[in-house]
Design a protein around this ligand. Structure first.
Ligand code: ARG
Ligand code: ZN
Length: 863
């Protein structure tokens, strides 16, 4: 029995095509926890039933060294065996009661999967495969069970005991212990199981659903953090109302609880009726959270709440269908956030995130379709592709069908599949059936990886008063996918008159073929092309538009996204040319920025977005061979010229947007954003008082956006105020780990030449730790996003990252593996750096005892 479990397992590849329905079902499970951080005993009593027409042993997944203490079938001790991590039982009949007892050690659980301890509380994380570290069970999303959970724990240490569903009983026991029982009436897969035990305070509120039911809402945190939960609670109530209005989805239990924990592998988790959050997505007050943090809190609260329908009531058949719930739910949270503020600004932010995280993934060795075909470790597939590109795919359905038919489709989907585990294909089927539209070609978005490229060229035939638009698409080869078929691309476009600025035409072209031609009649004035407006398709567009045409669109396009895009394209073309040739003409960019700043009708948040110069990494993504030094040099030169040439404008903008009373609303947020951008340009433009202004903003700020913004400007420079501000920030916030993360991140993102050594030094700081994922990401994740510093020609950045991954892997493989992708870009760097990067990947691969999480990412990065 022992040998099978301890034998080193060759990494097992799970393939989508191998899906087989479960043989045994588990309609009910009763769990009993005797909670203690050092030693928790867990026992389960499950009803198991053989599926009609099926046969074979009952196989229950285990993991993390889980061993059964006792196994009983129908009340009698039973024979069992281990096959690898699985507990296998040969059962005589078609229905039995199986009872199993195990023991686990939450405080020794550094992976933060299963039941673990965080800051004095006990909590769970089960998605994707954490439940098997708590109890032997068919750990797959298509086995749905009704759960009853009974917990006992020391009352003084763990006065609050929470689980999914409704609280159905509780009371005191001897020895200072107490108990609580919860029952969840909705059958669910085990990845949605949750419990929390701790000394927690609660912000209580309520929501009345549209059918008049009262839902008790609770957000649980440490007592001292309770004042920081107001924003999250407001966002929760807004989400509940929004989902009723926009999707007709009402909440279904009498209780909805959220718990914030300090140690968490990712953002948050949608456990039925008991969401568990990384505290950074719950806690917010003006002194400690930036505007971006406030937005992220609202977005993630909404996301997890929306999962109650898109994920919980209708779940995934298998993990290859992950985008069924994640892509759809990200789309829903994006719509929600857009409705709370500015649609244009939200769209710009979402596209920026897609380009920063998903485009590089799609262009590198880890590229995969939104519905992957195989994996070693499913934890590696919670990616920007599955989430963000997945959301773009749902958005295209919304665009193609229109809001009304899209809603008919989601209604049909929810009715048809309520209470079941289903597939991405079933979602598209519902859209097809509800709309009458043929979406067979569209399904390629689920199977083909790689970002499509569209080449657009517009020819004006002056004689015939005609404009001819030629569109050509190609989808690049990606690992395992050499030849691609043309995709369905909804492209919103318009033509503007170069003479009058009038819009001559606007339409949506649904491109289906590799090459298409569109003819516009009655075009007598020279037309300028506006294409992929509102970013209607997640593609890369290449056009032959001149800098003058882009400058024109930056002032005249009536689609705000296209207007933003015109300035960005102008900047990008300038930077790419500058990086390649050593110099570029900055005048068109300066003119476009000047005009945008002067346009009094524009929303400050929109102006701020437009003023952001493309990141060094994004410029690198456009180059065949990334040259980090040339990119830094040319980007610095453009920043400097923009700063210098528009110095008076930046000064005026700074003064006009500087107010010292914090308010949280879209205009105030936009003004804060614009102000700090102006401060940055004053600093690079050589304003003598820039450091003093920044230091003043840092000291006088009544909110974290202004304070961290000023710190970021100072951190890039050499003024003595830099060290003073960093020290003051540390002293003020050393007791607040979420804010201390910002202190690490700000330094890791610094543009100074000594950043690599500063980051190495910070990794030895007493407040740095590998055990807290937020802290690890705040330093190491931020550093790898700093292209110039990470690609230090010595290779020390690569070595640092590999060392960190190897050290973190011993504690927390899932979080360690997430740090690897930047090294996988080695093929895009010049030969010296490429060799250094590859050597670090090889060193990692040769390290004994690698987790399968890290093994998968490293080996695929080398392939
Ligand atoms: N379902 C969670 C969400 O809302 C994330 C779970 C991530 N799980 C993982 N193994 N990475 O997005
Ligand atoms: Zn999600």
């Amino acid at each position: 029995m022992l040998d099978a479990q301890t034998a080193p397992a060759a990494p097992h590849v799970t393939r989508r095509e191998d899906y087989a329905p479960p043989v045994w079902l588990v309609p009910t499970i009763d769990l009993v926890f005797d909670l203690d951080p050092a030693r928790t005993s867990v026992s389960a009593t499950m009803q198991v039933e053989l599926k009609e027409g099926a046969g074979g042993p009952l196989r229950l997944d285990g993991g993390g060294g889980l061993r059964p203490l006792t196994v009983a079938v129908d009340g009698q001790p039973a024979e069992w065996r281990m096959e690898g991590d699985q507990l296998v039982l040969d059962l005589a009949g078609r229905a039995h009661e199986v009872a199993i007892a195990v023991e686990i050690a939450p405080e020794a659980n550094t992976q933060l999967m299963g039941l673990y301890a965080s800051g004095g509380l006990l909590c769970t994380q089960c998605e994707a495969e954490g439940f098997r570290r708590i109890m032997f069970f068919p750990d797959r999303p298509d086995v749905l069970s009704r759960y009853t959970v009974r917990m006992t724990a020391d009352k003084a240490r763990f006065p609050v005991l929470l689980a999914n569903g409704d609280h159905v009983g509780g009371g005191d026991l001897d020895d200072g212990r107490h108990w609580a029982q919860w029952r969840d009436p909705f059958p669910k897969p085990c990845y949605l199981f949750a419990l929390v035990a701790g000394d927690l305070a609660c912000r209580a509120d309520q929501f009345i659903t549209r059918s008049g039911r009262t839902v008790a809402l609770g957000i649980y945190t440490a007592q001292s953090d309770l004042p920081k939960t107001e924003h999250a609670m407001a966002a929760l109530k807004a989400s509940m109302a929004w989902d009723e209005q926009v999707y007709g989805r009402e909440y279904d239990l009498a209780v909805f609880n959220i718990v914030a924990v300090g140690d968490f592998n990712f953002g948050a988790m949608e456990n039925k009726g008991l969401n568990i959050f990384n505290s950074r997505y719950i806690l917010a007050d003006p002194d400690t959270a930036t505007d971006a943090d406030y937005d992220a809190v609202a977005g993630v609260v909404a996301h997890e709440y929306f999962h109650n329908w898109s994920g919980n009531r209708v779940t995934c058949r298998d993990w290859f269908q992950l985008s069924l719930k994640e892509g759809f739910t990200v789309f829903r949270d994006q719509q929600f956030s857009a409705d709370q503020g500015s649609h244009a600004v939200k769209r710009i932010e979402d596209v920026r995130a897609l380009r920063a995280a998903q485009f590089p993934e799609d262009a590198g060795p880890l590229a995969h379709p939104i519905r992957p075909e195989s994996y070693l470790e499913i934890g590696n597939f919670y990616t920007a592709t599955v989430y963000n590109k997945g959301a773009e795919v749902i958005r295209m359905l919304h665009t193609l069908l229109g809001a009304e038919r899209f809603r008919k489709g989601t209604d049909l989907y929810f009715t048809r599949h309520d209470g079941t585990a289903t597939t991405c294909d079933a979602f598209v089927d519902a859209m097809e059936d509800a709309s009458g539209e043929d979406l067979s070609r569209f399904r390629l978005w689920y199977s083909q990886a790689g970002t499509p490229r569209v080449k657009a060229s517009l020819v004006h035939e002056t004689g015939g008063g005609r404009a001819r638009l030629t569109l050509e698409q190609s989808v690049p080869a990606t690992p395992g996918q050499r030849d691609k078929q043309p995709m369905v691309l909804p492209l919103r476009l318009a033509l503007f008159s170069a003479e009058t600025g009038k819009r001559l035409a606007a339409q949506m072209v649904v491109m289906q073929d590799a090459r298409e031609e569109i003819v516009f009649e009655g075009v007598s004035e020279r037309p300028i092309l506006s294409i992929n407006r509102d970013f209607s398709a997640p593609v890369i567009v290449e056009t032959d538009r001149s800098p003058a045409d882009l400058a024109f669109l930056s002032a005249h396009d009536d689609d705000p996204f296209a207007r933003y895009e015109a300035v960005q394209q102008l900047m990008l073309d300038t930077l790419v040319a500058g990086a390649a040739r050593g110099e570029a003409d900055h005048r068109p960019v300066i003119a476009a920025v000047r005009d945008t700043l002067a346009d009094a009708h524009l929303d400050p948040a929109f102006v701020a977005e437009t003023m952001l110069i493309p990141t060094e990494s994004f410029v690198g993504d456009q180059m065949l061979v990334v040259d980090p030094e040339a990119i830094r040099r040319t980007r610095d030169a453009l920043r400097r010229d923009l700063g210098r040439e528009l110095l008076e404008q930046w000064r005026a903008i700074y003064a006009a947007n500087h107010s010292n009373r914090f308010e949280y609303n879209p205009t105030a947020k936009g003004m804060r954003r614009l102000k700090t951008i102006a401060l940055g340009f004053l600093a690079v433009g050589g304003a003598e008082d820039a450091a003093a202004l920044a230091f003043g903003q840092f000291n006088d700020a009544d909110n974290m956006t202004d304070r961290q913004g000023a710190l970021g400007v100072l951190a890039n420079g050499t003024a003595p105020e830099r060290e003073t501000a960093l020290a003051a920030f540390y002293d003020r916030y050393r007791g607040d780990s979420l804010v201390l993360d910002k202190w690490f991140t700000t330094q890791a993102l610094s543009m100074r030449a000594d950043t690599p050594e500063q980051v190495e030094r910070l990794a030895r700081h007493p407040d740095f730790t590998l055990t807290n994922p937020n802290r690890l990401r705040s330093l190491v994740g931020a550093f790898t996003a700093n292209q110039y510093a990470f690609h230090d020609p010595s290779g020390r950045g690569y070595r640092f990252l590999a060392d960190m991954v190897l050290a973190a892997d011993r504690l927390n493989p899932q979080t360690a593996a997430k740090l690897i992708p930047p090294l996988g870009r080695w093929r895009r760097l010049e030969p010296t750096r490429a060799a250094l990067m590859k050597a670090e990947l090889e060193r990692m691969l040769a390290t004994p005892g690698l987790s399968k999480d890290v093994f998968e990412q490293v080996s695929k990065s080398l392939a």
